[in-house]
Every structure is written in structure tokens, then in C-alpha cells.
Write a protein that binds this ligand. Structure first.
Ligand code: BEZ
Length: 208
């Protein structure tokens, strides 16, 4: 099943390293960073798990709960977490789903057959508190994800929700933002009383 931006994320119940969860209930009023990785005890995955753990405060500040997944057992995950903590100098404090039977991997289209029939690629789903899929990204097995980008896109989504704006290429918090074309100049006067810079009628930038 392919999962698209705007879809409600498929719900599931699963065993994790922190007990059984039902995904929608587990998300609750938070955002979720749901990410798959090919296998336990592999080098790239170990660095990604360590990085997610190190960024725990950054995710918490944004009201985002990380949830990992791989097609290994809870027992394997728990042993591997000791290695992650040891080698990455951190304390992994988020749950990892055990998806040995590939049920959730299939549900979320994380198995890409030309890569592997049994291990997931590096999928990312950013999900909002309404359980809506807000971003998907798919990385190959051999390329570790860029966690700056993951935090940046969460910032951009949350800023967009709060201020009804869009963000330009390479936007960073504090940079100018874009007034979407769907907002007329008349409406923009109320929403952006600080004014804006009209570079083209379709390209208006402002500070929020
Ligand atoms: C890794 O996580 O290191 C990895 C997993 C599968 C293929 C290549 C690398």
C-alpha cells in the first residue's frame, strides 16, 4: 500500500521495546517521527539510532515522539540498544517496533523488493497529532539519513500550521517565509499586518 501525504496513517498494534502499542493511541496529541531501518546490529542503523537518541531533547521540544522499526525481535532490539548506547555514547529512550512478520513494514510500504524481500529500506513518516501523514522520505539502505533535515522539516511544518505560511528552499528558523498564493493581498493584510515584500505577485516574503 502506498502512503501519501495527507492520508491518515494506518493504525496498527505491535510489540516494541517499551511494550505493546497501538499506534494512534501512542501518538496521542503529539507528532510522530516513524522510521524504519534495515536490521539490528548493522553500522549505518546503529549511527541513526544513536543520533535519534542524542536528539531526544530536540524532538521533545517540538512535541515529536520518535518510533523506530526493523524486522527483528524485541529481544534482538534490546540487545542491540546496549550496543547503540555503548558505541554512540547515548541512552536510547524511544521505542523500536519488532516487525519480524513484516506486517507493519508491508502496511507502510517499507519493503522495496529490489533492495530486499525481508528488510526495510529507510522510510520516514512525519505524522501530526491528527494522525495525518505530513511528510514521507525514503532513503536506500546504504545512506544514513540527515537528521538536521528531519528537524528542519518538522520546524517548517509546525511553522506553516501556526502562521499559514510556506517556506522557501533551504529555509531555516528565523529566515523569511513565503505567503502562499492561495492568500490574496486583501486577506494577507489581516494575517500579516507586519507587511511583506512583493518580488512578484506570486512571490511574497515576510517575517513571522
Ligand atoms: C547498515 O545499516 O549499516 C546497512 C544495512 C543494510 C545494508 C547496508 C548497510
Amino acid at each position: 500500500m502506498s502512503i501519501r501525504i495527507g492520508d491518515i496513517c494506518p493504525n496498527f498494534s505491535a510489540a516494541t521495546t517499551q511494550g505493546k502499542i497501538t499506534f494512534h493511541d501512542w501518538i496521542g496529541d503529539s507528532w510522530a517521527f516513524f522510521f524504519s531501518h534495515p536490521a539490528d546490529f548493522t553500522p549505518v542503523c546503529t549511527t541513526e539510532m544513536g543520533m535519534t537518541a542524542k536528539l531526544s531533547q530536540e524532538f521533545a521540544k517540538r512535541n515529536v515522539k520518535p518510533l523506530g522499526l526493523s524486522t527483528d525481535t524485541v529481544e534482538a532490539h534490546n540487545t542491540w540498544i546496549l550496543d547503540v548506547n555503548d558505541t554512540q555514547n547515548t541512552t536510547l529512550d524511544f521505542p523500536i517496533v519488532a516487525d519480524k512478520d513484516l506486517k507493519i513494514s508491508m502496511l507502510y510500504d517499507m519493503i522495496h523488493g529490489a533492495e530486499s524481500l525481508t528488510a526495510t529500506v529507510r522510510s520516514v513518516f512525519i505524522i501530526d497529532p491528527l494522525k495525518k501523514i505530513r511528510l514521507t522520505m525514503t532513503y536506500p539502505m546504504t545512506v544514513g539519513r540527515n537528521f538536521d533535515e528531519i528537524l528542519r522539516v518538522i520546524d517548517a511544518l509546525q511553522m506553516g500550521d501556526q502562521y499559514k505560511i510556506a517556506t522557501p528552499a533551504d529555509w531555516r528558523p528565523g529566515d523569511e517565509v513565503i505567503i502562499p498564493p492561495s492568500i490574496s493581498n486583501e486577506a494577507a493584510k489581516d494575517i500579516f499586518p507586519q507587511g511583506w515584500n512583493e518580488i512578484r505577485p506570486y512571490l511574497r516574503t515576510t517575517k513571522v
